[in-house]
Design a protein around this ligand. Structure first.
Ligand code: 3PG
Length: 208
């Protein structure tokens, strides 16, 4: 599956910052049960790689990838434990080259038209728009639709249940990302039925 196919699996990619490895599998199962199989585990905690490995091994219906990939050296590490894709808040030549040579589907981030143009020159047609809410949100995506025709985005950052539908109504939005479907308090309380309900609501959003 390439990154466009992965983005096509569900309207929302949960962005998960996992603090306790023991939460990883039940959290992933709750999200998959709710209808969100594509999961991004941010590499922001000491437990992130172990959490990713546990989900890859024990939740076969999940398509799990790593987020916050900032360095080329992380690509080999995440692929070894079962990551199916990599996400970065931005993009460097080294990270892009590492994902390409590893054959790992990659969703790099942009915040400006020039950054999107640089990635388009490399043949990248789907990119994360980050941080979406503060970088212009729905208005930015509407404004770039004509000049950047042919490019599609996965806006992430500051999106919640109230704003998600407006993003998903846009033709140049493939899917959206966000942490609101797995609130930190619910994860710490291991309230998996709450997470499943939030995921089920997000899975019902209509895309353009
Ligand atoms: C990310 O890494 O993509 C963001 O932290 C997710 O943003 P959110 O927490 O505002 O949804």
């Amino acid at each position: 599956m390439d990154i466009a196919a992965i983005a096509g699996l569900a309207p929302v990619i949960p962005v998960l910052t996992i603090e306790r490895v023991a939460d990883a599998v039940p959290l992933a199962r709750a999200l998959v049960r709710g209808g969100l199989p594509v999961l991004e585990i941010t590499l922001r905690t000491a437990t992130a790689v172990a959490a990713l490995e546990a989900i890859a091994a024990e939740v076969p219906d999940a398509v799990v990838g790593a987020g916050t990939v900032l360095e080329a050296s992380q690509v080999e590490q995440i692929q070894r434990v079962g990551a199916r894709f990599a996400v970065s808040p931005g993009c460097t030549a080294a990270v892009a080259a590492a994902t390409r040579s590893a054959g790992l589907p990659f969703l790099p981030g942009v915040q400006t038209v020039s950054e999107a143009m640089v990635l388009a020159e490399q043949g990248i047609r789907l990119m994360k728009f980050f941080p979406a809410d503060v970088a212009g949100g729905v208005g930015w995506l509407k404004a770039v639709a004509a000049p950047l025709a042919g490019l599609r985005f996965c806006p992430t950052g500051g999106i919640g249940a109230e704003t998600a539908p407006a993003y998903l109504a846009l033709a140049n939005v493939a899917c959206i990302g966000g942490s609101w479907v797995a609130p930190r308090e619910a994860v710490l309380a291991q309230d998996w039925s709450h997470v499943e309900r939030l995921a089920a609501a997000a899975a019902r959003y209509k895309r353009f």
